[in-house]
Design a protein around this ligand. Structure first.
Ligand code: F6R
Length: 264
């Protein structure tokens, strides 16, 4: 696992965008992105949008797959992840909306939503780089603690903690749905690269568990220790509980030229 500790939160998005852009350049125009919602990746999307605006990155032929979607929100609900992805990813990054996929959280489509989403990912050739955040309880996507480490896209029940954490996006806490359709941990692990971004001390415990704790379904993000190309990009606050923080900094600073990111 590669761990990059940024001195300030503002740099996390810039470094993550540079990492994703490097992978996209290696893959070519048809790169397949996996995209999370939530607060953490917003600065990464802003960084990518800047690279696109400057003509240094072209994602017009890229595809994207969202990590998850709430169940049962009305079509066009501003907090449905379909809408959030449109506002924060599809439009600013110049993606073709017909190649942006979000799991179907409608009640009538639920039974087959997971299988259809997995087939769509496979048809696109798999995800090249999956961007994820981390829940304070260690969830990735909406794979809550005790999710199968081999799970694929399916319906899950949100924990009360996650519903409370996400209540800030809704007018009242009661409006946060109880259920979601989420990529499984096995689905995330099948992406060729995973980039995890996190900022702030509320994530420090989860990051310590993900990076240095045991691999356990009690901290779903810890499964990333088994991924060949997982990069964790965090600020000092989120790194606060890491025992080997100095080692990660030393490894990043002394990386060979070909591994360096273009942060211009
Ligand atoms: C979002 C998602 C969640 C969030 C996590 C962190 O699509 O699946 O796992 O990444 O809850 O959320 P933020 O970034 O808002 O702290």
């Amino acid at each position: 696992m590669e761990v990059i500790i940024c001195p300030v939160a503002e740099q996390v998005g810039q470094v993550a965008a540079a990492k994703v852009a490097k992978i996209a350049a290696e893959v070519g125009p048809g790169v397949v992105l996996g995209v999370a919602t939530g607060s953490s990746p917003l600065s990464t999307y802003e960084g990518l949008a800047r690279l696109v605006a400057e003509g240094r990155l072209d994602l017009s032929q890229a595809s994207a797959f969202a990590l998850d979607e709430y169940v049962g929100l009305a079509d066009g609900h501003p907090e449905s992840y379909r809408e959030v992805i449109r506002r924060t990813v599809t439009e600013p990054l110049g993606l073709d909306p017909s190649r942006v996929h979000v799991p179907d959280g409608s009640l009538h489509g639920l039974a087959s939503a997971g299988e259809r989403f997995e087939k769509a990912i496979a048809a696109a050739g798999g995800v090249d780089v999956q961007i994820v955040g981390i829940g304070a309880n260690g969830h990735v996507g909406f794979n809550e603690p005790t999710s199968s480490l081999a799970s694929r896209t399916r319906v899950k029940t949100l924990t009360e903690r996650t519903r409370q954490d996400n209540a800030r996006f809704f007018a009242t806490p009661e409006e946060v749905p109880d259920h979601c359709v989420t990529q499984g941990l096995g689905t995330v692990m099948a992406a060729r690269h995973v980039v995890l971004v996190a900022m702030g001390d509320a994530k420090a415990d989860a990051i310590a568990q993900v990076v240095e704790g045991p691999v356990t379904a009690m901290c779903p993000g810890s499964v990333l220790q088994m991924h060949q190309f997982a990069t964790v990009i965090i600020d000092e606050a989120a790194a606060h509980n890491l025992k080997l923080a100095d080692y990660y900094k030393q490894a990043y600073e002394s990386a060979p030229a070909w591994q360096k990111l273009d942060l211009a």
